[in-house]
Design a protein around this ligand. Structure first.
Ligand code: DAH
Length: 356
């Protein structure tokens, strides 16, 4: 057999053995017999010295070419095994997340939270910010600063729950470090005071939150409920801005055919004060049971911020004017969905809550 034939045979055998290996391990085990000194090509290389000088160049070239072909076949096989290994590994480490989804059914936000978030969205769309305050308040924020001094008869509008702090029945947080009672806020109006104390006008903000009154639960009352407060303080704000804002809000929240109107009323923290009604959302003004055939339903209170309230917050009432409003969120929600009993919202019967 000529040297060229021997090289061709060695190459064919090496490539065949590569093709026969069926995993990375057997391929690695093959490597000494492919590339080592004891490989067939290795032994042939050692015979180079015995080859005629004339043939040496062509034999050398054939050896290099065989070497290249074997390396290439080896490389291709190795890559194939490596990618199979990577695929197996990925498959083994894959996380099946569908299982955990199936095993825990998803809930949703409570109707009151949904309503609160929708109200916030509408006001944010009108350029208002959202502010919050604490649920346990001092007498100063809940009453005094809102133009309701201790002996004011209007305090009886609010059945207040006072907190029992043990020995410390009073803490010094009244104006000028004076001692004051701690209570559960009876309305969201104290957040108005906190906002005005914290930032200079112009102010355009709404304050949603939980409020508390000493009431027995019945179909239309709960001792814990929710309100949203609005406060605007700027140069040249008038009653027309209040009426326009409420009307704009009503149309945006309830839809085009629902309007609002103001009726004179009294609140210590506003002057003049009003109550605001909206077109009955059930009959759209025609008159029905819900609106007692008037076509209107009462939503909340509002008015021009009393100069004393501005002064209490360090705002010059000669320079700035403002309006405020506040209404109940729970009542709004049950009206919208035709829920007959307010208590159903809080008994946590999942069959009831699931409907909304
Ligand atoms: N805080 C009042 C209440 O709970 C509602 C209210 C009336 C809020 C007039 C206001 C307002 O901001 O201007 O009955």
């Amino acid at each position: 057999m000529s040297v060229h034939e021997q090289i061709a045979e060695a190459q064919a055998e090496a490539v065949a053995s590569i093709e026969q290996s069926n995993d990375l391990e057997s391929l690695t085990a093959l490597e000494p017999s492919l590339f080592g000194k004891k490989s067939q090509l290795g032994s042939l290389k050692r015979l180079m010295g015995e080859v005629d000088a004339d043939d040496r160049a062509s034999v050398g070239e054939a050896l290099n070419e065989a070497q290249r072909i074997i390396r290439e076949a080896h490389g291709v096989a190795k890559e194939r095994f490596l990618s199979a290994t990577r695929r197996d590994q990925l498959e083994a480490e894959r996380l099946d997340l569908t299982e955990s989804l199936e095993s825990s059914p998803q809930g949703h936000l409570h109707l009151v939270t949904q309503t609160m978030e929708r109200l916030e969205d509408v006001f944010v769309g009108m350029g208002f910010t959202v502010s919050e305050g604490p649920q346990a308040e001092t007498d100063w924020y809940n009453f005094e600063a809102l133009n309701l001094p201790a002996a004011h008869p209007a305090r009886s509008m609010f059945d207040t729950l006072y907190l029992d702090l043990g020995d410390r029945t009073e803490i010094g947080d009244g104006q000028g470090g004076e001692a004051t009672n701690i209570l559960l806020r009876t309305h969201t109006s104290p957040v108005q005071i906190r906002v005005m104390e914290m930032m200079p006008p112009p102010i355009y903000t709404v304050c949603p939150g939980r409020v508390f009154r000493r009431d027995t639960a019945d179909a239309s009352h709960m001792p814990v409920f929710h309100q949203i407060e609005g406060l605007v303080v700027d140069h040249g704000i008038s009653l027309a801005d209040l009426a326009g804002t409420l009307n704009e809000f009503t149309a945006a929240y309830f839809g085009g055919s629902i309007r609002s109107r103001l009726r004179p009323s009294y609140f210590p923290f506003t002057e003049p004060s009003a109550e605001f009604d909206i077109t009955c959302v059930i009959c759209e003004g025609d008159g029905c049971q819900t609106c007692q055939r008037t076509g209107w339903i009462e939503l909340g209170g509002c008015g021009m911020v009393h100069p004393n309230v501005l002064t209490n917050c360090g705002i010059d009432s000669e320079e700035w004017t403002g309006f405020a409003f506040g209404f109940g969120i729970d009542r709004l929600a049950i009206m919208r969905y035709g829920i007959k009993d307010l208590r159903d919202m809080y008994t946590n019967d999942i069959r009831f809550l699931r409907q909304f």
